[in-house]
Design a protein around this ligand. Structure first.
Ligand code: SF4
Length: 314
């Protein structure tokens, strides 16, 4: 959960998740939809699906034994170098580095590493610096200390050098360049994507569609979202392609949802439709089912609108 999410934001989800799946066997045996439902709102849903796949491997192939080395951990889905190093060092005492954004900041400043952090040469320099400092007897404490330093003392802006325990040996501080390090790669501009969100009322409720597994919000359910559809006329055509005859379309609310690389600029539409048959990957849902399926927070406002509509119709 902590990949891409702050601790404070993750805590309630973590508690809820562990209550639902208290052991690796519970998680391995769960339906993917239940796993995604318990991850709902936390975003980056690939993490949940990878965790589920990893639990199946641990509970099955590994007979419930969690790998105890960074190498073994990296073989599990969703676990990269940082997570493997963090788990191996903190949980199992393996002398492994765990280099996250906070550690990069502290290490580039401490060693006055001026190269852009995204470049392979700079990344190698940072790894070398981390390995040189790592305490082989207490690697977990060391890694957590560096993470803590980055989170509390060596801040991105206005680092608290006055109260820093390593200020006397900090290369960046000695040269007065602590504010300009680390040199991060330039962030790409987020792409703005206009979308139509179709709340299509059909016999049996509202139309839900599951997103393809391998893509944005993979496996989550939604009111069909059509990227680059700009008007009711274009939406009618897109729904016709799904085999839905549209009886009426009404504009609803607009909303924005920000992803890592793009922004959905959404326009909602309330649609009365008649499907020729249930389109592939879709189902009709009443209020009860709507509350059970996993939906991303991009759909939150539209789900509330649909709840009200369904209520008015009963
Ligand atoms: S002295 Fe300042 S820049 Fe250097 S590690 Fe400490 S807080 Fe960071």
């Amino acid at each position: 959960m902590l990949q891409q999410t702050r601790v404070e934001a993750a805590i309630p989800y973590y508690r809820r998740f562990l209550a639902a799946f208290p052991t690796v066997f519970d998680l391995a045996n769960a339906q993917e939809e239940a796993v995604l439902k318990n991850w709902e709102g936390l975003g980056y849903y690939t993490r949940a699906r990878n965790l589920h796949r990893a639990a199946k491997i641990v509970a099955g192939e590994l007979a419930g034994q969690f790998p105890r080395t960074a190498k073994g951990l990296r073989a599990l889905p969703g676990i990269g170098a940082y997570t493997a190093g963090a788990i191996a060092s903190i949980a199992f005492g393996e002398a492994e580095t765990a280099i996250d954004g906070n550690q990069i900041r502290v290490l580039t400043r401490l060693f006055a590493i001026e190269g852009e952090t995204g470049k392979p040469g700079t990344a190698a320099e940072i790894r070398k610096a981390a390995r040189a400092l790592l305490d082989p007897d207490r690697p977990g404490d060391f890694n957590q200390a560096l993470m803590g330093m980055g989170a509390l003392v060596c801040l991105p802006k206005n680092p608290r050098c006055g109260s820093c325990p390593v200020r006397d040996c900090c290369g960046a501080k000695a040269r007065g360049i602590e504010e300009i390090l680390p040199r991060l790669p330039e962030k790409a501009e987020k792409k703005i994507v206009p979308c139509a969100v179709a709340m299509v009322f059909v016999p049996g409720g509202v139309l839900l569609r599951q997103r393809p597994m391998d893509g944005l919000l993979g496996g989550m359910w939604e009111f069909p979202v059509f990227e680059n559809v700009h008007s009711a006329k274009e939406l009618k055509a897109a729904l016709a392609d799904m085999g839905i005859a549209v009886r009426s379309v009404k504009r609803s609310e607009s909303a924005e949802h920000v992803f890592t690389h793009l922004v959905w600029r959404m326009r909602g539409y309330l649609v009365e439709g008649t499907p020729a048959g249930m389109p592939s990957g879709c189902r009709a849902a009443g209020s009860a089912l709507l509350g059970r399926v996993p939906m991303s927070s991009a759909m939150r406002m539209y789900r509330d609108i649909v709840y009200r509509e369904l209520e008015n119709r009963t």
